[in-house]
Write a protein that binds this ligand. Structure first.
Ligand code: SF4
Length: 274
């Protein structure tokens, strides 16, 4: 039995011992942090997690924020949010900005010589201070009544961008910013519009974990040992589902008008479940 639906196993995977630099995105580093086993299945065998549907409202908010900050980039002026938070900076102009923002195909990239891993990540924005220090910026959209908290994977995300810009020769501030817009779900009515409050949240980044993580990633990519699992409910689920199907398929079947037969290929049929 093959995979149903649109799920596909990728054919482009990491080849152990290969000499060509291997491109790895920021989100795959995050996958490794989350669960080395899922990362290994994805990168060594092309068995990635199924794609999630795109959150089109978030995509729209990102796009509108980009446009809004781009107006100030062209004019060399601070955005009102920067003024409101007393931040002395303007959006940074650079010929490669659109490449850096292209998370799917490009992003900012650095070849880490020790591991031969070419790390890349697509940024939302970058601002610059009068001292020529870059501030890495990420846009986030949510709708919450509680105080907004920064998840660890958000922090790791901007820390990888800080590291990438430093490795590309830029002076980068330790402080990164999240432009957080919060949809007001408490409004009396929808009236065809959703209103957002915008906040600027600072995070003091620390990129010292990145190179050690790249070494661990390299070891996992080169190795044949099945790495440890992270913490999620899918592995116990897959195991339970696989064992149940395997047990069912192993049971002798009686076909109408025939003798009992054994399902000899049961183990092959369930191989994809573990
Ligand atoms: S624990 Fe979750 S994330 Fe890790 S391999 Fe299993 S399914 Fe993947």
């Amino acid at each position: 039995m093959g995979f149903g639906g649109r799920y596909k196993v990728r054919s482009r995977v990491y080849e152990p011992g290969g000499k060509t630099p291997y491109r790895i995105s920021r989100s795959k580093i995050d996958l490794f942090q989350e669960c080395p086993r899922c990362f290994w299945l994805d990168q060594r065998f092309g068995v990635g997690r199924p794609d999630m549907p795109a959150f089109s409202l978030n995509v729209a908010v990102d796009e509108l924020l980009k446009r809004e900050f781009d107006v100030h980039r062209v004019n060399g002026t601070p955005h009102p949010l920067m003024k409101a938070y007393g931040l002395d900076a303007v959006p940074f102009s650079h010929t490669k900005l659109e490449l850096w923002r292209d998370a799917l195909r490009n992003g900012i990239e650095y070849l880490h010589p020790e591991t031969n891993l070419s790390v890349r990540g697509g940024i939302d924005d970058v601002w610059v201070t009068p001292q020529n220090e870059l501030l890495i910026v990420d846009y986030k959209a949510t709708s919450k009544r509680k105080e907004i908290e920064l998840y660890d994977h958000y922090k790791r995300q901007v820390e990888v961008y800080q590291w990438l810009f430093r490795k590309n020769g830029f002076k980068v501030s330790d402080t990164a910013y999240f432009v957080y817009v919060n949809g007001n779900a408490g409004a009396p009515a929808f009236d065809g519009k959703l209103e957002f409050d915008a906040e600027l949240i600072a995070h003091k980044g620390d990129d010292s974990w990145i190179e050690g993580t790249l070494r661990k990633i390299k070891d996992v990519l080169e190795g044949d040992d099945i790495p440890a699992v992270g913490e999620c409910d899918y592995c116990p689920y897959r195991e339970a589902a696989g064992k149940t199907l395997y047990a069912k398929m192993k049971k002798p079947k009686k076909l109408p008008g025939s003798k009992m037969i054994k399902h000899e290929k049961a183990s092959e049929s369930t191989g994809s479940l573990f």
